[in-house]
Design a protein around this ligand. Structure first.
Ligand code: SF4
Length: 292
């Protein structure tokens, strides 16, 4: 199943099209796929190749997203597709996000109303768009989300925060909670290791903090990448000063994966130190995560 998404692109002067789902802003010639691999130009229209084709569909505790201050103690119907608009060297879900997937899109289709029925049957109170970056399958997520909303379910985005301003604005109409990764506070490192610009993520964090959408922030603390006291303090100060002291911050332990196998897992002491740092700056809710 493929989905034509007329609202999410514009035609350029030379006959190609520009995708408006995320700030990569891929300009695509006919039959060309975007950076994420999930969107393509088919005869001058943008099509979403993963529409209706989740590759992960699970019932998770909401704390696993992680969201600790939204629908506490409930389960959330969680789905993701192939592809991603970031290329994080440490991706813990690289099997679905980073692998070349021309021949891996499932033939089986799960329509939006079937996702919502599954969530209701499983007694979930929400649907989560997660595992890979949901902005790249936004048309599918939104179609599910609107049906979920009609049925009294909440919608949750677990995201790298790289949506265009137009998509952020649109999300406020139907998304109830977001968890955004803030992966580094250093512009060069952020760009080099994720492929994305830090300032765009910071812009979108502020946009959600200034909206009724519930916001939590996650930082994967990676040895010799972002684990200095200086960098963690800068992140905590940004959350405090720009987002608010009530915004929860999850500091999670890294485990070697994908292309980043040259270092050990984050020591639990380092995570508890980061929690102390966040609290000492004035954040009310700082949580350790992923400690084994
Ligand atoms: S969603 Fe994909 S195709 Fe669209 S701009 Fe982002 S990376 Fe490019």
């Amino acid at each position: 199943m493929e989905f034509f998404q007329s609202e999410y692109f514009r035609k350029t002067e030379n006959g190609s099209i520009k995708c408006l789902l995320c700030e990569r802003g891929c300009v695509l010639n006919n039959n060309q796929k975007g950076y994420c691999g999930a969107n393509s130009n088919r005869d001058g229209e943008l099509i979403n190749l993963v529409y209706g084709h989740p590759v992960a569909l699970n019932i998770d505790p909401i704390e696993k997203k992680p969201l600790y201050r939204f629908l506490k103690g409930t389960e959330t119907y969680s789905l993701g597709t192939l592809g991603c608009n970031f290329k994080c060297s440490w991706c813990q879900n690289y099997n679905i996000s980073q692998k070349h997937f021309d021949d891996r899109i499932p033939s089986e289709t799960v329509l939006p109303d079937e996702v919502v029925s599954g969530a209701i049957q499983a007694d979930c109170m929400s649907v989560s768009y997660t595992y890979n970056e949901p902005a790249i399958f936004y048309p599918y997520a939104k179609d599910i989300g609107l049906i979920a909303k009609e049925n009294g379910l909440k919608n949750i985005f677990v995201t790298n925060g790289y949506q265009t301003e137009g998509i952020v604005c649109d999300m406020k109409n139907w998304v109830d909670a977001v968890n955004i990764d803030l992966k580094s506070f250093n512009r060069e490192k952020h760009l080099k290791f994720t492929g994305g610009e830090l300032d765009i993520v910071l812009r979108n964090l502020k946009a959600f903090a200034d909206s009724p959408v519930h916001l939590e922030v996650t930082t994967l603390v990676i040895p010799d990448f972002n684990d200095s006291e200086e960098e963690l303090s800068s992140i905590a100060e940004f959350i405090l000063n720009q987002l608010g002291s009530d915004v929860p911050w999850h500091v999670s332990a890294f485990h070697p994966d994908y292309k980043m196998t040259d270092r050990n897992a984050t020591a639990s002491e380092k995570i508890f130190k980061a929690v102390e740092t966040g609290k000492s700056k004035g954040l009310k809710y700082v949580y350790p995560g992923n400690i084994r």
